[in-house]
Design a protein around this ligand. Structure first.
Ligand SMILES: Nc1nc2c(c(=O)[nH]1)N[C@H]1C(S)=C(S)[C@@H](COP(=O)(O)O)O[C@H]1N2
Ligand SMILES: [Mo]
Length: 257
């Protein structure tokens, strides 16, 4: 109990940046059920759990401009095979928007202009793909935490699911998807990136918007984002394992590095 005020301050501080961007209701943060729940569960943590939580909060290494890879290669889908996506490319993504729904009090639909107007974070990080290559790139985007604070996840929300535009089968079926938990979703380096190395995010790297979740492997970095859905479980989504490669190839859902 004696640690409680300290803990509360810690979480408040971690959300301070997010407050600046709130469309409405930052004063109501204390009522957004998932937030106090994190605090409440903290009171019963034992030492090992505390340490585990701290390590989940640790930052991924950041690099300098001098470390940038000469080019950031593309992997997996490099040009989504769908008429709907190709039409959006033709139109410079003017008709694209990101849907935020599921277990949220405030479902939203965000245009690129709205996302670009939000406070951004730029980070130079190393991407590690299980296929045996790495690249260092500079990503700019909106911290996911800001979007969550605005959308207000309900008490039941535990995971964020990222629905992508690219079909993984030649018949146009099986869209790529991924998911992360709220710890990773609210990590300061977890951003929805719209720029790579200071340029508009290219199609081959996930235009117009892709996830960067820097403490996990490459396949978690969902490209071609269309929708983020808050859920209490992903058991009912597609193969039930929380991601395309998790379902199809037995990849680990938590791909920590
Ligand atoms: N939508 C979508 N996201 C995806 C993939 C994909 O095929 N489709 N491939 C994943 C894999 S395995 C890697 S290594 C990275 C590659 O990102 P890059 O193309 O920017 O190098 O994206 C990940 N995200
Ligand atoms: Mo990968």
């Amino acid at each position: 109990m004696k640690h409680q005020p300290e803990k509360r301050r810690f979480f408040r501080m971690s959300l301070a940046g997010a407050g600046a961007v709130l469309v409405a209701g930052c004063d109501r943060l204390a009522q957004t059920s998932w937030f106090p729940k994190i605090l409440a569960s903290g009171e019963t943590f034992n030492h090992a759990a505390q340490k585990a939580l701290l390590s989940r909060k640790a930052m991924a290494q950041e690099f300098s401009e001098a470390d940038l890879s000469p080019s950031f290669r593309s992997n997996g889908t490099s040009d989504p095979n769908s008429a709907a996506y190709q039409a959006m490319v033709q139109n410079n993504f003017a008709d694209w928007s990101l849907k935020v729904d599921g277990l949220v009090e405030q479902p939203m639909q965000l245009t690129l202009a709205q996302l670009r107007a939000m406070p951004s974070r730029t980070q130079i990080t190393r991407h590690d793909c299980v296929e045996g290559w790495s690249a260092i790139g500079k990503w700019t985007g909106v911290p996911l935490q800001q979007i969550l604070v605005a959308a207000k996840p309900t008490a039941a929300a535990r995971f964020v699911v990222f629905h992508c535009a690219d079909p993984m089968e030649s018949d146009g079926s099986s869209l790529y998807y991924e998911s992360i938990d709220l710890d990773d979703a609210t990590h300061p380096q977890t951003i929805l990136a719209y720029a790579l190395n200071g340029e508009t995010l290219p199609v081959q790297n996930g235009a117009p918007l892709r996830l960067r979740v820097e403490r996990q492997l490459g396949y978690k970095q969902a490209k071609y984002l269309m929708r983020i859905e808050l859920v209490d479980s992903f058991a009912h989504i597609k193969g039930g394992k929380g991601g395309y490669w998790e379902d199809s190839n037995g990849y680990q859902w938590f791909a920590g590095i």
